[in-house]
Design a protein around this ligand. Structure first.
Ligand code: SAM
Ligand code: SF4
Length: 329
């Protein structure tokens, strides 16, 4: 079992299986993004080996992310491996965060392999806005993908990053659209991860303002539903839909953090909002599993108590010196 210095039981691993993506969301990447050299990226077999090691150490919840996990060649092998662990009762959660562009192709495969719920990132329902925020994406592919996943019985939560003067006037529309599909929505505050220049400050919208506005307009009340994650959930009258607010900057969610994050190059980050990591690639490639375990155990001793994100008017660049596509959301 992995326990950190603050007595938090660490049992949740997010695995970024690739840093590559078929979109370029403006808050996540720069347009001419330089991706990691292929030789640094772990093979599918290496990623599976690391999942096996983490599982042996008591990590029982897994979320595949990226970059875009469904553009990684060989991703089905990881999905199938996690399903074999699930069927043996060795893991409790096998899920995925995706931009949805490839869901039409993968929904049945996911469902067949024990992925019962997924998060789909969607910031707007409007074609022109979607093209703007993703730089070239086609929203109809995502909407069709969402329907395909719902049709095979996968439960979906929509993650929407709220950006100032971009989609902050569309949130109720998104919530209503999702409710008709029996889908929950989490609203996310822009985080200062990776340098994208001045845009970051311009994009930042305080989640407490969004929360206050929606509470009034939709008569929201606090839900008793909780996970160990950062979302605080609300419901509205006569609806089962959960509406979550994730505010990394204005509301710190670290006391109950049970998660760590693995990049596609084998770096283990203990906190999304800090720069420290241990690099598991070298012992892994030298097939020194004992050393991999020792490094993971050491990582527990340096997991920070909390992040200290901040967006300052005179500091537009990311406080975190990597992009979100490396550690996943
Ligand atoms: N490509 C997949 C997707 O978009 O769902 C998975 C990876 S993406 C990095 C995971 C999540 O991080 C998405 O919901 C995305 O909106 C969110 N994200 C990316 N950059 C962010 C930032 N700077 N602040 C807040 N959320 C961000
Ligand atoms: Fe790609 Fe997801 Fe980043 Fe958008 S948020 S660029 S879909 S990795």
């Amino acid at each position: 079992m992995l326990i950190d210095n603050f007595k938090r039981k660490i049992e949740y691993l997010r695995v970024s299986v690739t840093d590559r993506c078929d979109l370029r969301c403006t808050y996540c990447m720069v347009e001419d993004m330089k991706f990691l050299p292929k030789q640094e990226v772990l093979s599918i077999e290496e990623l599976i080996k690391l999942i096996e090691v983490f599982n042996g150490l008591g990590v029982v919840k897994y979320r595949l992310t990226g970059g875009e996990p469904l553009v990684r060649k060989g991703i089905v092998d990881i999905i199938e491996y996690l399903n074999t662990l699930k069927m043996k009762g060795l893991i409790k959660e096998h899920t995925l965060t995706t931009n949805g562009t490839n869901l039409q192709r993968y929904s049945e495969i996911l469902k067949k392999n024990g992925v019962d719920r997924i998060n789909v990132s969607l910031d707007t329902l409007r074609a022109s806005r979607f093209k703007e925020i993703t730089r070239w994406g086609d929203v109809s592919k995502v909407l069709n993908g969402i329907q395909a996943a719902l049709d095979v019985g996968i439960k979906i939560k929509i993650n929407t990053v709220v950006t100032k003067d971009f989609n902050d006037d569309e949130i109720i529309e998104i919530i209503n659209w999702a409710e008709k599909k029996n889908v929950d929505v989490s609203l996310i505050e822009v985080m200062p991860i990776g340098s994208i220049g001045e845009e970051r400050f311009d994009q930042y919208k305080l989640m407490s303002v969004v929360e206050k506005d929606l509470t009034e307009k939709l008569s929201l009340t606090k839900s008793s539903f909780r996970t160990n994650g950062p979302s605080r959930y609300f419901t509205r009258p006569n609806s089962n839909q959960k509406i979550g607010f994730i505010s990394a900057l204005s509301h710190n969610f670290c006391e109950t953090c049970n998660r760590i994050r693995l990049t596609c190059t084998g770096k283990l980050f203990m906190c999304l909002g800090q720069n420290d990591f241990v690099d598991l690639k070298y012992p892994l490639r030298e097939q020194k599993t004992e050393d991999v375990i020792k490094m993971i155990e050491y990582a527990m001793s340096i997991k920070p108590k909390s992040h200290d994100f901040e967006i300052k008017k005179d500091d537009f660049n990311g406080y975190i010196d990597r992009y979100m596509n490396q550690t996943g959301g």
